[in-house]
Design a protein around this ligand. Structure first.
Ligand code: 9MG
Length: 283
């Protein structure tokens, strides 16, 4: 029975007695994340943000250059490389695991050369060449489900049975990756909250966390930080969704999620410590 996520320089147990839920901190390297868009300033901003996340207890830093917000247009390859590569080289040896959020095989290849530990692909490694780009590395691979693409995904999300369809998609992608010779211990799955889903779809999937893990036999990453599914329940705008997001992260971990992808690292780390101190987290 597989019980450890093995990725790059790291091993995270996800079943058994030594399980601890892990926090992935979001590090966006997009022009709206720093003031004037200059290359030097963006690198300084990224490093100081990463240093703060480390003080706050982050386990994985997820670096992304292209916005995946609903309606966001794709970013040309060269711009994505210019944004993320200097950051990946600067952060590689800073301490925590480093992940790159990309669906472009060319970025995956360059990021692997830079030494990243994980590739977080919102497109589930469906782009031509994506599997070949990652196959011969030891990177962890986060396979996310998305219906449609970021520009169109929230126009009319539609499923007959969202849990069954997301499960079938993830199963097919796991099979595609393992058929290419990739060790299943490198894989984790993600239902993709907010990626082509209504609020009802998102909560149906959140409630199915344990079922997804049991059926697919891989660890699960949950990313709902500050998303509209949090706003829909709390009635709060995006800048006031921290507590709701922490609540969502705990709901996911309580049902077996190994990794939560968050903006508010310190608050999530504290909440998980207290939750874990009062819970028996054996799976
Ligand atoms: C890049 N990105 C934005 N939201 C995400 C989520 O929910 N999961 C993963 N894996 N990546 C995400």
């Amino acid at each position: 029975m597989r019980s450890t996520l093995q990725f790059g320089r790291f091993n995270f147990p996800w079943r058994g007695e030594r399980v601890r839920a892990r926090v992935m901190g979001i590090l966006n390297v997009t022009p709206d994340s720093f003031s004037d868009g200059g290359q030097h300033q963006s690198l300084e901003f990224a490093i100081s943000h990463a240093e703060q996340m480390i003080l706050d207890g982050v386990d994985i830093i997820d670096v992304g250059g292209e916005s995946s917000r609903p309606g966001a247009p794709p970013l040309p390859l060269e711009q994505e490389l210019q944004r993320v590569m200097p950051v990946l080289y600067a952060l590689r040896d800073i301490g925590p695991a480093i992940s790159v959020d990309t669906y472009k095989p060319e970025v995956m290849r360059e990021a692997i050369i830079a030494g990243v530990d994980m590739i977080n692909d919102i497109n589930g490694f469906r782009a031509p060449g994506a599997i070949a780009a990652v196959r011969d590395s030891d990177c962890g691979l986060c396979i996310m489900h998305m219906q449609n693409d970021p520009r169109h995904m929230q126009l009319a999300p539609s499923y007959t049975d969202v849990v069954a369809e997301v499960t079938a998609f993830l199963r097919e992608r796991i099979e595609a990756l393992t058929a290419a010779g990739i060790d299943p211990r490198r894989l984790c799955i993600d239902p993709g909250f907010g990626f082509g889903k209504t609020v009802e779809h998102n909560y149906a999937l959140l409630k199915a966390t344990a079922q997804l893990i049991a059926e697919l036999d891989v660890p699960l990453l949950a990313g709902l930080s500050r998303k509209s599914m949090v706003g829909a329940v709390t009635g709060k705008p995006v800048e006031q969704r921290m507590a709701g997001s922490v609540g969502g992260a705990l709901a996911a971990v309580a049902q077996g999620a190994l990794i939560v992808r968050v903006h508010d690292v310190a608050e999530t780390v504290d909440a998980l410590k207290v939750w874990q101190a009062g819970t028996n987290l054996q799976r």
